[in-house]
Design a protein around this ligand. Structure first.
Ligand code: MG
Length: 387
């Protein structure tokens, strides 16, 4: 074997030479809760990324709702395709800023592992039901998934990820998530890599929800005529005149929208980094300052786009019906399991002995995919269904 292969040692040396001074280097990780020997060929963050991809909760993302319930159609985003888009946008941003791409990818792939079935409606429902029993939010749950609930190793529970990825999961905070922040905490700075994933998540869901909203016809192009960002992207691709085919036009406008936002984010963040003269990873003024951010002008324009999504898509009566239905039957599942835990399957019942009734039932429901939850509901409530 030649001596020029890419071993972990070589990767670590390259990181120190090639990444920006303020990027997080895998060799400087605060490490894992359960000490493990480093791998000969893979860096700490590459291993984390691969552990996430091989986990059970990652596979389940395929059948969890983003906005549209899974059985509404095969062409809408699911939590899995959303996660892949977040990973892709995060890596693109990290590469330009010379941040650690493996770290952002690991955090991005793990960022939604704590999500319940049926999107934010499922999360709100569990959060209400668990109010008196320790609460529920998807970030804290994400950390529980990687720290406790995944069972893959004989020596320890969970995936034993590095402190930086765990910190990224818990401090992942979009406007939706902020209000739901629970008590879970992982010490360490709010690294630029973590900030990149936060903002890439927002870019991804705003734009793909817009895309899915138009595709489903719950939104139409005319709804967007007053949104300046949309207007700019529309004009840049040449509008109806240049692209008469509405499907291709929509795709090209969304493509342009993402590009406009990411370009602004990169230019503005580079300027902020310059002005602060950051020298090392974690060198964040005040410990929690936002460094990866849009220019003020772009931030203002994005507010209009986000407001339109809330008013016209998330509050569309058909989306509200989907959420209402999901909330009702998740509540029914929770209540029947609490009233009669003997109806729980053996694994969940065993967990009750360790974590207590409410937490075990909450974990069981949070881990369900949309279709598994629907299936359980039928089995429990429909007289002619097999149990
Ligand atoms: Mg997300």
């Amino acid at each position: 074997m030649g001596s020029d292969i890419l071993t972990r040692k070589v990767i670590e040396t390259r990181e120190s030479e090639w990444l920006a001074p303020y990027a997080m280097k895998s060799a400087e990780s605060m490490g894992r809760v359960h000490p493990e020997k480093e791998h000969a060929y893979r860096s700490a963050y590459q291993r984390d990324k691969e552990r996430v991809i091989h986990s059970t909760s990652f596979r389940r993302l395929e059948y969890k709702t983003q906005v549209f319930v899974n059985h509404e159609g095969d062409y809408y985003r699911t939590r899995l395709t959303h996660t892949l888009e977040v990973a892709q946008i995060s890596r693109a941003i990290a590469r330009v800023l010379r941040l650690n791409e493996d770290l952002v990818e690991a955090i991005a792939l793990a960022h939604d592992l704590g999500h319940t079935p049926f999107g934010h409606s499922g999360e709100d429902t569990l959060s209400t039901l668990m109010k008196e029993h320790g609460g529920f939010d998807h970030n804290s749950q994400g950390l529980r998934v990687v720290d406790e609930l995944e069972e893959r190793y004989p020596e320890f529970p969970g995936l034993n990820l590095t402190a930086e990825v765990r910190r990224g999961i818990i401090r992942h905070s979009t406007p939706f998530d902020m209000e739901r922040m629970g008590k879970a905490h992982v010490p360490g700075p709010w690294l630029l890599e973590i900030q990149v994933v936060d903002i890439a998540d927002e870019i991804a869901y705003n734009n793909h929800d817009l895309d899915d909203g138009l595709k489903s016809a719950l939104l139409v192009e005319d709804d967007l005529s007053g949104v300046s960002l949309w207007g700019e992207a529309y004009a840049a691709v040449g509008g109806k005149k240049e692209i008469p085919n509405p499907e291709i036009r929509r795709i090209q406008i969304i493509r342009k929208l993402i590009d406009l936002q990411v370009s602004d984010l990169l230019q503005n963040t580079a300027a902020v980094i310059d002005s602060l003269r950051l020298k090392k990873a974690g060198d964040i003024p005040g410990g929690g300052g936002k460094i990866v951010c849009f220019s003020e002008g772009m931030e203002e324009r994005r507010v209009f786009l986000k407001k339109l999504l809330v008013d016209r898509l998330y509050k569309h009566y058909r989306v509200v019906r989907m959420s209402g239905k999901a909330s009702r039957f998740l509540k029914s599942l929770f209540e029947i399991y609490c009233a009669d835990p003997d109806q729980l399957p053996p694994g969940a019942k065993e967990a009750m002995r360790v974590r207590g009734k409410y937490r075990a039932i909450c974990d069981y429901i949070a881990g369900m995919t949309d279709r598994y939850a629907l299936d359980q509901y039928k089995r429990l409530f429909e007289p002619y269904e097999r149990v």
